[in-house]
Design a protein around this ligand. Sequence first.
Ligand code: ACO
Length: 370
Amino acid sequence: MTATKGLEGIVATTSSISSIIDGVLTYRGIDIDDLAENATFEEVAYLLWYGKLPNRSELARLLKDLNQFAAVPPQVIDQIKTYPKDTNSMAALRSAVSSLSLYDNEANDMSQESNLRKAIKLQAQIPTIIAAFARIREGKEPIAPKSCDSVAENFLYMLIGKDPDKVAIEALDKALVLHADHELNASTFAARVTVATLSDIYSGVTSAIGALKGPLHGGANEAVMAMLEEIGTADNAEAYVNKKLENKEKIMGFGHRVYKNGDPRAKHLQKMSQELGKITGNLNWYNMSIKIEELVTGQKGLKPNVDFYSASVYTSLEIPRDLFTPIFAISRASGWTAHILEQYENNRLIRPRAEYTGLSNQKYIPIENR
Ligand code: ACO
């Protein structure tokens, strides 16, 4: 038995949800470029869950459900109020999502109908949790969700406490489309491993949030912004990048396990970053990002991934840096839950083997002799 480090290149399951073939990402066979230009996030979520795009009445029904389920049980809001104010936002989200199951009387109902309903509930409630956490830590009262035309609109409304502008809603909506699913990424795999034991959907999504938190995965978007803030202006980029690369340190937001010739999502976020920079009158983050890309691609051949330009996009939307990864979770909740439903449909316990590299032929030593 020989291990493959990081399971690189290992095909661990079949899936009909999303694919990455020759560098092209599709959701249910539709190119991400097509979806990014034309679809709303709710259409994409429907596509991931049901395997087809919704017609008008199906979409209206989904929006109705998302609005209806968006309120979070008051006990969970009360719990969030007890979290230390400086709690890591992904740790807060992970804890609160785990708690949701305690107050859902169908949490352990394993029927397909119930699991699909819980997928929609989770999709609806994750934004509410994040917005509530963001306000509570600032000493403000959380804002209840209202009936909105999109998940993006409701989230921004609950976060800022007033109706968000159209540009911000559209930008966030597109970012949600771009992050919704990505084949067997680390957090989705974590979700599938968890539910393959026939554990519940809340456990699966809690596992996924834990995996997304890390800086090698979803946490990279926050790390990118921390880097941009540290660099300050495009003029300082060269010295920063050279030093990092000389020290063999990673530049966050670059590289990908699967894409070696570039992440197809990055160009959309780059364009958005530029457009939002023009609208806000601050192109500093965009210009700096372009310069960093030039340097890193030039010197290492590494291309930006989805996290690189999303950092400047969210900053232009005035979203606090530590909410970037939670926003990724809002979007990826659709993919996670679609994969969980798919796993339940054709389940087998996921239990690989390990190549043993430890000692052998050891004997027990009594404690007094150690
Ligand atoms: N900066 C500098 N060098 C890099 C980077 C980077 N961002 N990414 C990879 N490399 C180098 C490595 O140092 C290594 O070089 P070596 O062979 O000389 O040691 C080589 O490229 C291969 O890197 P690995 O880390 O082994 O590649 P892997 O496929 O395991 O990692 C990963 C992919 C984790 C995304 C990696 O590129 C990385 O750490 N990037 C930065 C973090 C990041 O942006 N993560 C978000 C990914 S997208 C997502 O999850 C949403």
